[in-house]
Every structure is written in structure tokens, then in C-alpha cells.
Design a protein around this ligand. Structure first.
Ligand SMILES: NC(=O)c1ccc[n+]([C@@H]2O[C@H](COP(=O)([O-])OP(=O)(O)OC[C@H]3O[C@@H](n4cnc5c(N)ncnc54)[C@H](OP(=O)(O)O)[C@@H]3O)[C@@H](O)[C@H]2O)c1
Length: 253
């Protein structure tokens, strides 16, 4: 990967790890999140020049504002890593619908709009790499009534479609699907009790996920399931038999 790399949600977890693994390969980083202090601290550890942009990507209009800021800094984006994300509210327990709308903006609209605004330029220049961070949760229905899995399913479907649409143009679009990964994600979501009571072997480190995502995107793969365990589980989770079983268990409950 080369050129100017835009990473959303670079202040922690997978986003910060993308910056660390692409350091020295990228010519410039544009690091985006709400916690600018964290972005600046990361920038100080990198050898590649960095532009830090504070942006809350759950707000309507934020992708446009971000792209205007990038243009004002006279950069064009060669590599887009759509990574910012949160767990989000339970769809059946929403009391404040503005929170729900912000979740959908962050997880779907912002991801799609940044693809829409930045991929045409990549295509014109004949080079581009796009990694949209999805999740194994987007590959099968779960019983938690959240909107997280469905939002990630959208990101997977959109990335797959864009992968086909950009073939032969020098642009690669990939949905990266991690399973459980050690980052700040579960702490932010208030899920540390669940995390601490789960077995170690279902958890991967951010470095593995990012390494597999970068390699898969370079090869032009539309979907990367990260981690041997999840690659093995994926066909099972997507099988009609498994889905039927889930629906039957959920029906009984
Ligand atoms: N960890 C897992 O188990 C796991 C599994 C599958 C998929 N994923 C996906 O991986 C991606 C990265 O998550 P992570 O695990 O690295 O979590 P993380 O450590 O909590 O990092 C999340 C990043 O997203 C940024 N972010 C959150 N809300 C934002 C907003 N409104 N505007 C701008 N930036 C925002 C955060 O920055 P600020 O708070 O500074 O804004 C932070 O940099 C997410 O899309 C997540 O859904 C994670």
C-alpha cells in the first residue's frame, strides 16, 4: 500500500494498529477520530507525516466536512480505511431515536459516503485501496436484537458490490471481518463482564487482524474473514442448517 492513507477511528484499537503497520509505507497519514489528543500521541510515534482531523462521524454531514478538510490540506486519498465503529443500542430497547440514527450514520452512511466521495478519484488515478471494517457478526443472525450485525452485513454487501464495480481499475475494495478482537471496543460498549467471562481462544490481537486485512486487500479479495477460528466457523455460521437451528432455538425461547 502506498500514498496518502485516511484512517477513521485511528485513536484506538484496529485504527491505530493500521497506522503502525503502514508506517513507512504510506507517504502521508490522515488520522480521524473525536479524541484528538490520542491521535496526536499516535502521530508522535510514527515516522510518516500525519494530518490529524477531529470529526464526529456519527453526525450528518460529517463525511462531507471531512472531505472538505482533506481538500483544504491539499491531499487526495489513495488508501481509505473505514474503521470507526461502536457496538450500538439494542434495537428493541431504543428510547432515544437520535442515538439510533447516529449509530446508523457512523456504521453505514458515513462508510458509504466516504467510498462514494473518494473511490472515483482513486479510479481516475488508477490506484486505490479501500478496507471497510465489518465483522463476523455481519455474517449470521444473532439473538441480541441489536443493529450491529445488520449494519456490518450492509458494509459487507456494499464492499462486495464495489469490489466488482472497480475490478480492473487499479482499485481494490475489501470488507474485513474480524471476530472478537482485543481493543477498547468492549470496554466502550460496557461489555467487559462478558469479555472477561469468555474463553481466551476466541480472542485475536489487533495486529493479526490488521495484517490479514492488508494482505487480503492487496490481493483484491472482496471479503476477508480474519482469524483461523472464524475462517473455519464462517461456512458453518452461514449454512441453512445453522440458521434454521438458530431460528428454532430463538422461537422456543
Ligand atoms: N474489537 C472487536 O472485537 C471487533 C470485532 C469485529 C469488528 N470490529 C470493528 O472494528 C472497528 C474498530 O473497532 P475497535 O475494535 O478498534 O474499537 P475501539 O478500540 O473502541 O476503536 C474504535 C475507534 O472508532 C472511533 N470512533 C467511535 N465513534 C466515533 C465517532 N462517532 N466519530 C469518529 N470516530 C469514532 C474511536 O475514536 P474516538 O472515540 O476518539 O472518536 C476509536 O478510534 C469497528 O468498526 C468495529 O465495529 C471490532
Amino acid at each position: 500500500m502506498k500514498g496518502t492513507v485516511l484512517i477513521t477511528g485511528a485513536s484506538a484499537g484496529l485504527g491505530a494498529e493500521f497506522a503502525r503497520q503502514l508506517d513507512g509505507k504510506a507517504t502521508h497519514f490522515i488520522l480521524v477520530a473525536r479524541r484528538v489528543d490520542k491521535l496526536k500521541a499516535l502521530a508522535e510515534t510514527l515516522t510518516t507525516p500525519v494530518t490529524v482531523i477531529e470529526q464526529d462521524l456519527s453526525l450528518p454531514g460529517s463525511p462531507e466536512r471531512l472531505c472538505q478538510a482533506i481538500t483544504a490540506h491539499r491531499h487526495s486519498v489513495d488508501v481509505l480505511i473505514n474503521n470507526a465503529g461502536i457496538a450500538g443500542p439494542n434495537l428493541l430497547e431504543v428510547s432515544d431515536f437520535s442515538t439510533q440514527r447516529m449509530f446508523e450514520q457512523l456504521m453505514m452512511q458515513t462508510v458509504a459516503e466516504l467510498c462514494s466521495r473518494l473511490i472515483p478519484g482513486m479510479r481516475e488515478r488508477g490506484y486505490g485501496r479501500v478496507i471497510n471494517i465489518a465483522s463476523v457478526a455481519g455474517r449470521f443472525p444473532s439473538s441480541d436484537s441489536g443493529n450491529y450485525g445488520p449494519a456490518k452485513a450492509y458494509v459487507i454487501a456494499m464492499s462486495e458490490e464495489l469490489n466488482v464495480a472497480t475490478r480492473g481499475s487499479g482499485v481494490h475494495v475489501t470488507a474485513l471481518c474480524p471476530g472478537f478482537t482485543h481493543t477498547e471496543f468492549h470496554e466502550v460498549a460496557g461489555l467487559m463482564t462478558e469479555k472477561n467471562s469468555s474463553p481466551n481462544w476466541i480472542w485475536y490481537d489487533a495486529a493479526t487482524v490488521v495484517r490479514e486485512g492488508l494482505a487480503g486487500c492487496e490481493k483484491g479479495r472482496p471479503i476477508i474473514i480474519s482469524g483461523r477460528l472464524y475462517r473455519w466457523l464462517d461456512p458453518l455460521l452461514r449454512s441453512t442448517l445453522f440458521r434454521g437451528l438458530i431460528l428454532r432455538i430463538a422461537g422456543r425461547a
